[in-house]
Design a protein. Structure first.
Length: 374
C-alpha cells in the first residue's frame, strides 16, 4: 500500500451495516427505488427523477365504510361505544368509561343549517361561543358517565408524539398541556382527544387499570404516537402489551383521504409495510365513463394529468402500530365510519374546507377502580 494512503471501505459492506442498524430500529433505509436499469425502457427515467411505486388499485365505492349506528343517551347526545367492550362478559364492563362522540345531540348552531337541530361541537373554535362548547362538554360527560360534572382532561394538540401523564390537576384546565396522548391510572377522570378527520385511538389495560387516548393524524402516525404511548404505559405502570385492548375510532377513511407524494415519502422512510397503507383510487365520474373519447389526450401513457389519486389508510396504519407494539390482533377493535363522506354524523375538517366543529374520543376509570385487576 502506498505511503500516506488509506484503505477505501467497501460501499456495499457499509450499506449492509447501515441496513442492519435500521432493521434493528424497525426502520428501512430509502425504500423508494432510485436506481434503474439503463437497458430497460420501461423503467428509464430522467436523471434525478424517482419513479413512484405502483399500488393496489381500487374504486372509491370499494372503500366506503359501513355507517356506524350511534347510541342515544337520555340527554339526546348520540355517541359510539365499542361493542366488544360493552358485552356483559367483557373484562372492562364494570370499571371502564369510554366513547366516541358524533356531531349529533348538542347545542351549537355555528355549523348547522338554520332550522336544524344543534350540533355537539366540543372544540373551542373561533365560530362557536365558549359557553356553548362548555355546555356541550357537560352533555357528553353526562352521556358517558351519568354525571355532567365528571372532570374532563384535554390537551393542546400539536401533531406530535408528546405524551402527558394525566392527574387530577389537569382536569378542566383553561391552559391544557401540549401533546397528542393522555395516559392515567387515576379513577374518576375522563381523558379526551379531539378530532375532525384525524384518527383517535383508545387503549386500556384491564390488568392494571390504566387507560390512554391518542390523537393520530398522519404526522402523529409517522411519529409513532401510538407505539410510543404503549411503550410509556409499559414504562410507567408495568402494562404488558399482550394484556392491552384498543379501539380505533372514526376518522377520514381511505375512501376519501387523498394525499400527496410528500406524505408517501414520509411513510416510506419510516415503515417497511408502507406500500400496504396506500391505494391508487380511480374516479367514477359518470360523464367520463359515458364519453371516454372526450378525455383522451395526445400525451404518452402515464403522462396525462388524468389518473388515479393516492389514498392513505390511517386506520390500518395505526392498527399495525398497535400490533408492532405487541397487542394481539383480536384485542384491537375498529368502530368504523368516515368523517369525510358521512357529514350527517361527523365533523370533517376536509369536507367543510377548514370550517368544522370537533368531536371527542374519551376514556376513563370509574371511581373505585382497582389499580390491579389481576
Amino acid at each position: 500500500m502506498p505511503k500516506n494512503s488509506f484503505p477505501i471501505p467497501d460501499p456495499d459492506a457499509r450499506l449492509l451495516e447501515i441496513d442492519q442498524l435500521f432493521q434493528a430500529a424497525g426502520l428501512v433505509r430509502n425504500l423508494r427505488r432510485k436506481s434503474v436499469d439503463p437497458g430497460d425502457e420501461s423503467t428509464h427515467k430522467s436523471p434525478g427523477v424517482t419513479p413512484r411505486r405502483r399500488f393496489q388499485q381500487a374504486m372509491p365505492e370499494e372503500l366506503f365504510p359501513v355507517r356506524p349506528n350511534p347510541r342515544m343517551a337520555p340527554n339526546g347526545v348520540q355517541w359510539l361505544p365499542v361493542p366488544a367492550w360493552e358485552k356483559p362478559t367483557s373484562p372492562t364492563k364494570s370499571w371502564l368509561w369510554h366513547g366516541f362522540s358524533t356531531r349529533m345531540g348538542g347545542l351549537s348552531q355555528a355549523y348547522s343549517a338554520e332550522g336544524t337541530p344543534g350540533d355537539l361541537n366540543l372544540g373551542f373554535t373561533a365560530d362557536d361561543a365558549r359557553e356553548t362548547v362548555t355546555a356541550n362538554r357537560r352533555l357528553l360527560a353526562e352521556a358517558i358517565t351519568g354525571d355532567p360534572d365528571t372532570p374532563l382532561v384535554t390537551i393542546r394538540q400539536i401533531h406530535s408524539s408528546v405524551l402527558v401523564l394525566a392527574g387530577a390537576a389537569h382536569a378542566d384546565s383553561e391552559r391544557p398541556c401540549k401533546g397528542d396522548g393522555l395516559i392515567t391510572n387515576v379513577p374518576g377522570l375522563l381523558l379526551a382527544v379531539q378530532t375532525a378527520d384525524c384518527i383517535p385511538v383508545l387503549v386500556a389495560d384491564p390488568k392494571r387499570c390504566v387507560v390512554a387516548a391518542f390523537h393520530a393524524g398522519w404526522r402523529g402516525t409517522v411519529k409513532r404516537i401510538v407505539e410510543a404511548g404503549v411503550g410509556r404505559m409499559r414504562l410507567e405502570y408495568g402494562s404488558r402489551p399482550q394484556d392491552l385492548i384498543a379501539a380505533i375510532g372514526p376518522g377520514i377513511g381511505s375512501c376519501c383521504y387523498a394525499v400527496g407524494e410528500e406524505v408517501l415519502s414520509e411513510f416510506e422512510s419510516q415503515f417497511s409495510y408502507a406500500d400496504r397503507l396506500f391505494r391508487e383510487v380511480y374516479s367514477t365520474d359518470p360523464v367520463r365513463a359515458k364519453y371516454p373519447m372526450l378525455f383522451l389526450t395526445q400525451r404518452a401513457p402515464g403522462h396525462s394529468p388524468i389518473g388515479p389519486s393516492l389514498h392513505l389508510d390511517l386506520v390500518e396504519a395505526n392498527r399495525r402500530q398497535l400490533l408492532s407494539a405487541g397487542l394481539k390482533p383480536r384485542s384491537i377493535q375498529s368502530v368504523g365510519g368516515c368523517t369525510n363522506c358521512q357529514p350527517e354524523l361527523f365533523f370533517s375538517h376536509r369536507a367543510s374546507k377548514g370550517r368544522a366543529g370537533r368531536m371527542f374520543s374519551v376514556i376513563g376509570l370509574r371511581p373505585g377502580s382497582s389499580r390491579h385487576k389481576a
